[in-house]
Structure formats: structure tokens, C-alpha cells
Design a protein around this ligand. Structure first.
Ligand code: NAD
Length: 290
């Protein structure tokens, strides 16, 4: 079974769209997402562009703040502060990565946790880990939602997460092990220092791969009927393509899909889910202010 992120993401966006039009009828505030982007990185501009288009689709207001990559840390922090204090803005994101001259940690800490719809602020991360009300980072949230909507059982399953980043690997490992729906898994969090990765992946009922190495996970590394969630997005140069590159996931899809009981494609799997969950978090931020 292919876990169709495009289809489910559209379903979610349509649900949000309906809730927004209900809010309009009830004369409630229309959710407003802002995004700060620093510099001209191609992939970052594409991501932010999709987020703005998704806002238009569901009827949110959106504000895009483009800053030059020579901007000082102080000026960027000033921009963040003004979004924090702007009551019209319900949530905002600062698109990563940032130029090397800027301290990412300082930027993250400057965002008001109530508006941190990416869920990267330590307050939100901590609250998530403690199963308190928070914003769940969009990508892991999207994975949980995908499993939920395809009714994939996680309780009691052996789950291997590959990659321990703060935005995907670590939070999804926490969510899958929590005492909750689409949790209750036995989770093993693996990373670049893991010895004999195959030993773990071969025994996994569910594998979440978030390491960013194209076609890393081969069919001999997974067991029959495993559920495979491919988070990887890597641009691989391909001169035969108009764009000059193709997008590859972490999984050797052609071969692994023959063995898996369910698998996300790349593109069209976790990627579109991430955007929908960002919208969901923005709606939530707005609703919490009602
Ligand atoms: P990252 O790039 O910050 O870190 C990679 C992780 O992989 C590290 O924790 C490292 O320990 C681990 N790793 C590296 N080599 C390994 C190996 N040989 N064996 C086991 N683990 C290994 O991670 P990230 O920011 O989570 O990004 C991972 C991938 O997911 C990238 O391709 C990124 O583009 C993609 N991504 C996709 C989405 C989405 O919306 N679909 C969102 C975020 C990231």
C-alpha cells in the first residue's frame, strides 16, 4: 500500500478550509501565518513558496518577510520581536537554515512559544515530550497523522527511527513511544554512530528514515511487510531533467516497496503532510486565542 501524502494532505487542507470559512461566518479571526526567510537558498524559497500557497488555499492570511543574507543577527531578532508583539499574527516560522553568521539557537529562543507553529522552541519541545499542550513539529506530526489516517497500528510494534535530528528523528521517536494513539511503540533511535544498523532495521515493524542519504535503506535491510516512512528529501543532480535535479528519498523505493506492507513515496509522502500540519498548528494557535 502506498501512503499517499498528497491525498491525505489535501484532505486535511480541505478540512481546515471548511473550518476557516466557518470562522469567517462567525466573524472570528482569520488565521494569519508569517514566514521569515533569510537569503536566496533555492530549496528554502521553494518550501516557503509552498507554505504561502497552502495558506491561500485554505483561506489563511499570510505574510512573507524576505531578508537579505547580510542581515545582522540583531535586525533579525528585531523582526522576530515585532512578530511576537503583532496581535494580528497568530503564528510564524523562521525558515532554516540561516546564514552562518547568525546564531540559530538565539533565533529559536526569541520566538514566542505561543506563536512557534514549527514547534522548535524548547518550551514546546519539552511540553511535547511531557505530553502537555504544545505545538508538535510539523514533520513528525505529519507522520503520526498519516499513520492515523491509514489506520496503521503502532501499539506494541517495534519501531526503528534512523536519524536523531531535533526536527524529525528525535521528536518522532518520542511521539511513537508515548502512551497515546499512534504511540505505544517500542522505539529504537539510531544515528550515524549506531553499529550494525541492519540488525535493528531487519527486526522493525515500522521504520522512519530521516537521514538524508538517497536510497540508503535497501530491501535486504527491511523485513517482509514492514511499514516504511521515508522522510528524506535530497536533490540529486540529473542533467536530463528540466530542473537539473531529481528529488530522492532515503529509501530504495523500487525494491523496498515490493517487500513493505505500506510505504511513503518521495515526493508525495511525508513532504506534503508537513505543510498541512503547519497549517493545522497555525489554526490551533489562532483558536487558542479565541
Ligand atoms: P539531519 O540532516 O539534521 O541529520 C541527519 C541524521 O542522520 C543525523 O542524526 C545522523 O546521525 C543520521 N545519520 C547520518 N548518517 C547515518 C547513517 N549512516 N546511519 C544512521 N544514521 C545516520 O536530519 P534532518 O534535518 O532530520 O533531515 C533528514 C532528511 O529529512 C533530509 O533529507 C531532509 O531534507 C529531510 N527532511 C524532510 C522533511 C519533510 O518535510 N519531508 C522535513 C525535514 C527534513
Amino acid at each position: 500500500m502506498i501512503l499517499d501524502g498528497n491525498k491525505i494532505s489535501l484532505e486535511i487542507k480541505n478540512e481546515i478550509k471548511e473550518l476557516v470559512s466557518k470562522r469567517v461566518n462567525e466573524r472570528k479571526k482569520i488565521p494569519h501565518l508569517a514566514a521569515i526567510i533569510v537569503g536566496n537558498d533555492g530549496a528554502s524559497l521553494t518550501y516557503v513558496g509552498s507554505k504561502v500557497r497552502a495558506c491561500d488555499y485554505v483561506g489563511f492570511k499570510s505574510t512573507l518577510i524576505r531578508l537579505d543574507d547580510s542581515i545582522s543577527e540583531k535586525l533579525l531578532l528585531d523582526n522576530i520581536n515585532s512578530l511576537n508583539n503583532n496581535n494580528e499574527i497568530d503564528g510564524f516560522i523562521v525558515q532554516l537554515p540561516l546564514p552562518k553568521s547568525i546564531n540559530e539557537e538565539k533565533v529559536l529562543l526569541a520566538i514566542d512559544p505561543k506563536k512557534d507553529v514549527d514547534g522548535f522552541h524548547p518550551t514546546n519541545f519539552g511540553r511535547m515530550a511531557l505530553e502537555m499542550e504544545s505545538f508538535i513539529p510539523a514533520t513528525p506530526y505529519g507522520i503520526i497523522e498519516l499513520l492515523e489516517r491509514y489506520n496503521i497500528e503502532t501499539s506494541g510494534k517495534n519501531c526503528v527511527v534512523i536519524g536523531r535530528s531535533n526536527i524529525v528523528g528525535r521528536p518522532i521517536s518520542i511521539l511513537l513511544s508515548q502512551k497515546s494513539d499512534r504511540g505505544n511503540s517500542t522505539v529504537i533511535l539510531t544515528h550515524s554512530r549506531t553499529k550494525n544498523l541492519e540488525f535493528f532495521t531487519k527486526r522493525a515493524d515500522i521504520i522512519v528514515s530521516a537521514l538524508g542519504i538517497p536510497e540508503f535503506l535497501k530491501s535486504e535491510m527491511v523485513k517482509e511487510d514492514a511499514v516504511i516512512i521515508d522522510v528524506g528529501i535530497t536533490r540529486v543532480i540529473d542533467k536530463t531533467k528540466e530542473k537539473g535535479y531529481v528529488i530522492k528519498g532515503d529509501v530504495d523505493f523500487l525494491n523496498v516497496s515490493k517487500k513493505a506492507s505500506a510505504i511513503t513515496p518521495v515526493p508525495g509522502g511525508v513532504g506534503p503532510m508537513t505543510i498541512s500540519m503547519l497549517l493545522k498548528n497555525t489554526l490551533l494557535a489562532c483558536q487558542r486565542k479565541d
